[in-house]
Design a protein around this ligand. Sequence first.
Ligand code: GTP
Ligand code: MG
Length: 268
Amino acid sequence: MIRKVLALINKSDVVVEVVDSREPDLTRSRKIEDISRRKDKKLLIVINKGDLIPLDVLQKWKEYIERKDEIPTVYISATGHLGTKVLRDKIKELLGGKQEGIVVLVGYPKTGKSSIINALKGRHSATTSKFPMSYGYTKAVQLFRVDSRLYIWDTPGIIPPDGNELERIIRGINVDKLEDPVRAAKLLFDRIQQFDPNVIKNVYKLDYSDYYDFLNKLALKRGWIYKTTKEPNIDEAAKVLIRDYHDGKIIYYTYPPDVKTDDKSSSV
Ligand SMILES: Nc1nc2c(ncn2[C@@H]2O[C@H](COP(=O)(O)OP(=O)(O)OP(=O)(O)O)[C@@H](O)[C@H]2O)c(=O)[nH]1
Ligand SMILES: [Mg+2]
């Protein structure tokens, strides 16, 4: 699939990399960006799911990427219909004077590429899905006509070769097919705890001492108990954490690296 996406990059005028607002850094691919640059394509980063995080953090990410990597960046909420006009205008600007051409949307699974097509078209044309590889996810490349002069390729989500382990596991595999959901969800749990230790407590209204205590308590609270052993079904609890993250129910966010340093130095 990566090959197909690379072939489409060749055929397009603008490459739009779609990232998740909660993890812009982990859902970016420097490889895809480098390849697009080498092929002399215009590159645009879209921070999607902007409704999930505060506006000032979105703004900080935009400034950071534009300053550090010199890649034009916009933030939007495809499902909240925010920023669609800014995105359309930016694409037209990158297409230059003729304002017409072909754009390709690329990115990790479940960053909202198909939802962006729908937002730009103003109606539901591309199929979408809540969870990786679940009914409605993008299986093949498809060309959409967004207006009389603009065509956009929707592509299946790809896990780039430089993909981060957490993103690779939670976005690359159907949640029900995870071999070891407890291990997969631990990566997500640790990441969330690192940025905001209260998020999970608030979402599930649970107090817990550590990861396994959390899984046990969640399984008991929801009544997921193995009939034979009477043990809590922690696999199910782990899957719920991952599903709720995809579903936008778990809201945590990260800061650009330099902002973190600034905060630290200003608090000394
Ligand atoms: N909160 C929120 N959810 C969004 C937004 N955009 C998309 N989603 C949701 O994210 C999920 C994934 O959206 P898709 O458009 O299917 O994502 P995709 O990148 O096309 O996914 P693949 O085709 O599997 O790679 C869906 O449940 C969407 O409703 C957004 O701006 N905000
Ligand atoms: Mg899709």
